[in-house]
Write a protein that binds this ligand. Structure first.
Ligand SMILES: Cc1cc2nc3c(=O)[nH]c(=O)nc-3n(C[C@H](O)[C@H](O)[C@H](O)COP(=O)(O)OP(=O)(O)OC[C@H]3O[C@@H](n4cnc5c(N)ncnc54)[C@H](O)[C@@H]3O)c2cc1C
Length: 723
């Protein structure tokens, strides 16, 4: 039987995951997949390239959370299938590719940075789940109760309340023994006792309350009526009093109590809004902004304005129009992501990659997919999806995709297949630029600086139209969400759901800077373990210490520090400006100015010894790869910044997908079958997580594969919250 020809457009996390699923050996070649990708590399927002002196250049730092069960599952399978020889390749196994990153920092934007250590959790991401479903609100509540009690004990210890600890053990012990046989009646009487007589007025009482919450959720006691809510309410009031009483001058204690308030308020809100029993789960509160929802549930103004909450928004670039005055994050999407991040991680809460994401994710995926027979058409830019009946389909007929129009950006010499990878000391990697030698007229294209990843680049080598029946049978549209208006004009004209999706599901520009410094961070006055830190100042609120890359980049004289900075980039306000040819370079210049200014005025707050006595940034710290390669024209002062790497992620497909309140219901699912021969994949779709992250895109790719082949089964798509 002839295989079903599947055209996947876009080779980011969504498209690649769909390809990986559809070409599994159990399909026995039923699907013949071709991936059409603009430019020379896979990866999309996660693409990276090796630049000067083989240094890694990214769109911004990418970390994988320990709850990314789908993403880790696929990448583990990919490495297992690849069977790289560890003697020949230093990244032969997924464990070589990822390192646990247990230190997370929150900055108050001034000089206080709180670094938390998240201990390893049982098992590893992607191991598969044998027992209960950890991605379920009751499980999150159980873990949240554990964490709450641990935080209270830590707060008690920090405030010198050793005695409380003993009291607590005694009281919780009583509760535990009393409730062992038939938990609910005893729990009820315990709660009533705590609620009466001011039982929660002391720290010991609060800790006991947290112990009772642990029992309720660990044993899934379902029928406590309004008692659970009353207990949480009373605990929240008591905990908020503690913030006022205890923490005025103690930053650590203060943040502990703010975290307690945040946890209790979230748990209370979840109980009040009935999320435990509402079939919509977290989605029931997506009309609210997360901060607004916390406020409704009584969070203190200190909690609402805390660096902790700001960091949460920073992490998700959750600022409409990239504007810091417009923090906007759908409460349900945010809470789900937060709960998963904190309470369902395995191994480490955060994992960093030991090379570029292109090197450790997309190169192995490319190799495995090639082996499985996937065909790659690089330098193919989709221009238009043509519908069979651009008006309305005849009665009883389903709408379908009739043709795909592409610009061929460049032809490969002698019609051969483009070979995209380079070898960096035994590791297959993506280069930061195309290999012009493989391209027809490559020298000219290089000289004229064709921008193959830019929407505003209109130069092309030719065009191609693929027709349904002749060239493809099924399409998976996996371009970035920001590209839809450019390539789906017919669809948007005829389908109001698509129009609404494009209008309501917002995206933002981001800016990223990477620095290579000759001294290590300790010498720069930053003596913390390798962190990912959020909540720092504008214009770069997030910082990742990427020292693990030093050994990978193979400098002759290795840098002491590799540091990545990242944040949103406020919209330029120029209507239609992004369609202008020089828009990306103008925005790139803006990022350069932002970064130089940041180094001049802000970096001293983070790295006090990176500035000299007169407060100037020590530009000589910046390492220039050109010097490494033997150029002896040494750049001086501020000009040294030009040897670093920065980028404005402003192309439509590069724009980060945010989850503003009320937008989630406008997303369309890969399972939607309005179009007979097309589905979609990417973090912008309705995928059960509905936020911009690798895991959401991978889930979406798996859903797209399911839509076509019924594999994987929906139950095997971990944490897919059925809408
Ligand atoms: C700066 C930044 C930092 C991030 N950090 C993290 C992080 O730490 N952790 C995390 O989990 N997530 C992070 N994300 C989000 C994550 O990168 C995305 O959620 C994920 O990569 C989205 O994958 P996708 O397949 O949906 O889309 P994309 O990655 O955008 O893939 C779309 C693909 O389509 C191609 N394409 C676009 N237009 C066309 C066209 N016309 N024709 C042909 N091909 C086309 C693109 O080149 C690309 O290959 C970050 C995103 C950004 C921007």
């Amino acid at each position: 039987m002839r295989p079903i020809r599947v055209a996947i457009i876009g080779g980011g996390c969504g498209g690649i995951s769909a390809a990986f699923e559809l070409t599994r050996p159990e399909h026995r070649g039923k699907y013949a997949v071709t991936i059409y990708q603009l430019g020379w590399r896979l990866g999309g927002k996660g693409a990276s390239g090796r630049g000067a002196a083989n240094r890694i250049e990214e769109h911004g730092f990418h970390v994988w959370m320990g709850f990314y069960e789908n993403a880790f599952r696929l990448i583990r399978e990919c490495y297992a299938e690849l069977k790289r020889d560890p003697k020949k390749c230093r990244i032969a196994d997924w464990r070589d590719a990822f390192s646990a990153a247990p230190f997370i920092g929150i900055s108050d934007g001034a000089c206080t940075n709180l670094i938390s250590y998240f201990p390893p959790a049982e098992a590893l991401p992607g191991d598969g789940w044998s027992e209960h479903d950890p991605f379920e609100i009751g499980s999150y509540m159980a873990r949240a109760a554990d964490a709450l009690r641990a935080m209270m004990l830590a707060a008690s210890e920090q405030s010198g309340g050793k005695q409380t600890r003993q009291d607590d053990r005694d009281q919780a012990g009583v509760a535990e023994t009393a409730s062992a046989a038939d938990p609910s009646p005893c729990l009820e009487s315990n709660i009533v006792r705590l609620l009466k007589l001011g039982g929660l007025g002391t720290l010991a009482g609060l800790i006991e309350g947290a112990g009772v919450l642990q029992l309720i959720f660990a044993r899934r006691v379902p029928y406590l009526g309004g008692l659970l809510e009353r207990l949480l309410e009373a605990m929240a009031v008591a905990a908020r009093r503690q913030i006022g009483l205890l923490v005025a001058n103690d930053a650590v204690l203060r943040s502990l109590w703010l975290a307690v308030d945040l946890s209790l308020t979230s748990m209370l809100g979840m109980a009040r809004f009935g999320l435990l029993s509402d079939p919509r789960g977290f989605d029931a509160i997506n009309e609210y902004d997360f901060r607004e929802w916390l406020k409704i549930n009584g969070a203190t103004s200190e909690t609402l304005d805390s660096p902790l909450l700001r960091a949460f928004y920073d992490l998700a670039f959750a600022y409409e129009n990239g504007d810091y005055n417009l923090p906007r994050q759908g409460a349900g999407v945010g809470l789900r992501a937060g709960m998963r991040m904190l309470f369902s991680y395995r191994g480490s809460m955060v994992w960093k990659m030991n090379a570029g994401m292109g090197d450790v994710v997309f190169a192995p995926m490319y190799e495995v997919l090639k082996r499985r027979g996937v065909f790659f058409e690089f330098f193919h830019r989709l221009e238009n999806i043509r519908l069979a009946n651009p008006g309305a389909p005849a009665p009883g007929e389903r709408q379908y995709v009739a043709a795909l129009d592409f610009d061929i950006q460049a032809e490969v010499t002698s019609g051969k297949e483009y070979q995209p990878l380079i070898d960096v000391d035994g590791l297959p990697c993506w280069p930061a630029k195309p290999d012009y030698e493989q391209l027809v007229d490559g020298e000219r294209l290089a000289r004229e600086e064709w921008r193959f990843e830019s929407q505003s680049e209109r130069r092309k080598g030719g065009t191609k139209t693929l027709s349904v029946g002749d060239d493809f049978d099924f399409v998976i549209l996996a371009v970035g969400g920001g590209t839809i208006p450019y390539v789906c004009k017919e669809l948007l004209k005829t389908d109001h759901r698509w129009r609404q999706m494009v209008e309501r599901v917002k995206t933002v520009e981001t800016q990223a800077v990477q620095l290579w410094l000759s001294e290590d961070l300790e010498s720069l006055g930053w003596d913390y373990p390798p962190v990912v830190l959020c909540g720092f100042v504008q214009p770069f609120d997030s910082f990742a210490d990427m020292r693990q890359l030093i050994r990978e980049e193979k400098w002759r004289k290795p840098p002491g520090t590799i540091a990545y900075f990242l944040s949103t980039l406020k919209d330029s306000g120029a209507a239609g400006g992004h369609a202008e040819f020089d828009y990306p370079s103008k925005r790139g210049q803006q990022v350069r100015r932002n970064a130089i200014n940041f180094l001049k005025t802000e970096i001293g707050k983070l790295w006090p010894k990176a500035v000299s006595h007169d407060g100037q940034f020590r530009w000589e710290l910046l390492m220039d790869p050109a010097e490494e390669l033997g150029c002896n024209h040494r750049k001086l002062g501020e000009m040294r910044f030009d040897s670093q790497f920065w980028r404005a992620n402003v192309e439509p497909s590069e724009r980060y997908v945010i989850s503003v309140p009320g937008s989630q219901k406008y997303r369309i699912s890969p399972l939607d079958n309005t179009y007979d021969n097309m589905t979609i994949a990417g973090d912008w779709t309705s995928n059960g997580m509905d936020c911009g992250c690798v895991e959401a895109a991978v889930i979406s790719g798996r859903l797209a594969a399911h839509a076509l082949s019924s594999i994987p089964a929906l139950e095997e798509i971990f944490g897919y919250d059925h809408p």
